[in-house]
Design a binder for this molecule. Structure first.
Ligand code: KIV
Length: 268
């Protein structure tokens, strides 16, 4: 049993503009879910970034519904007490209502508490339909990695006046469609602040400054497991690479020297 009561969509609404911010981290597998289930973190995200972090693909476009469901089931088994958001993967909301609703059903039945959908253009009716069906939807604006080809790379969004105005309008439309929260990824801090104050959605930032209603990071990034990945927005809370590498090298050395296993670690 985790230490905390599982969040609900009402808690997200209550945290809007409050000093008690939402903390969200990605989680892709059973083992880390068991650790996070005992942590204070508010919410887990089975992000489609798992295609890159867990499977080594170059972008998130390689995730599909079956893959997302497989990871969501594992995370739910490890974290029965957490609010879990699962990403609707690349193009899963662009192939008609029925296929999109099948994908929503698969992810919710896999254990998700809500789904996250990138972008809004051409998707507002679908988002409203999902919400009307009783499934909470988290929006995602700014850098939307599934559109990386169209965006021309992973870069900061909403930098000029027109783009900022467009992002603000998109956020308002997502609120009208019934989203309960909104991820703002890689946008100027001032724009994220404006959206947070102007739009009735609980905003969760990544590379969006300190004024959003919450923050999200990829677990492996905050643990410092990849020394080569150091974007401006990332704070590393551990030297995960060093810890794992050091432990495994020590094991190797102990095997070579005969230090492991000791007599205490052997059966009589
Ligand atoms: O897939 C993901 O990890 C995400 C976060 C970066 C917000 O969408």
């Amino acid at each position: 049993m985790g230490k905390h009561k599982q969040l609900t969509v009402h808690d997200f609404a209550a945290r809007k503009g409050s000093a008690q911010k939402i903390s969200m981290v990605t989680c892709y597998d059973y083992w880390s879910a068991t650790v996070l289930n005992r942590s204070d973190v508010d919410c887990l995200l089975v992000g489609d970034s798992l295609a890159m972090v867990m499977h080594g693909f170059e972008s998130t476009v390689h995730a599909d519904v079956d893959l997302m469901a497989l990871h969501t089931r594992a995370v739910r088994r490890g974290a029965p007490d957490k609010f879990i958001v699962a990403d609707m993967p690349f193009l899963s909301v662009r192939k008609g209502l029925e296929r999109a609703m099948d994908a929503v059903q698969t992810l919710i039945q896999a254990g998700a508490s809500a789904v996250k959908i990138e972008g809004e253009r051409g998707q507002l009716d679908l988002i409203a339909h999902i919400v009307e069906s009783g499934v909470p939807v988290m929006g995602h604006l700014g850098l939307t990695p599934q559109a990386v080809l169209g965006l021309g790379g992973h870069r900061v969004q909403g930098r000029d006046e027109a783009a900022a105005r467009e992002l603000m309008a998109s956020a308002r439309r997502l609120a009208d469609a019934g989203c309960f929260a909104l991820v703002l990824e890689c946008v100027p801090a001032k724009l994220a602040d404006c959206v947070t104050r102007a739009v009735p959605l609980t905003t969760i930032g990544i590379g969006a400054g300190a004024r959003t209603d919450g923050q999200v990071l990829v677990l492996q990034d905050l643990l410092g497991t990849n020394p080569d990945f150091q974007p401006k927005f990332l704070r590393r809370y551990a030297d995960g690479f060093g810890v794992v590498n050091g432990a495994v090298n020590q094991f190797h050395a102990d095997v070579q020297s005969g230090e492991f296993p000791s007599r205490q670690e052997s059966y009589a």
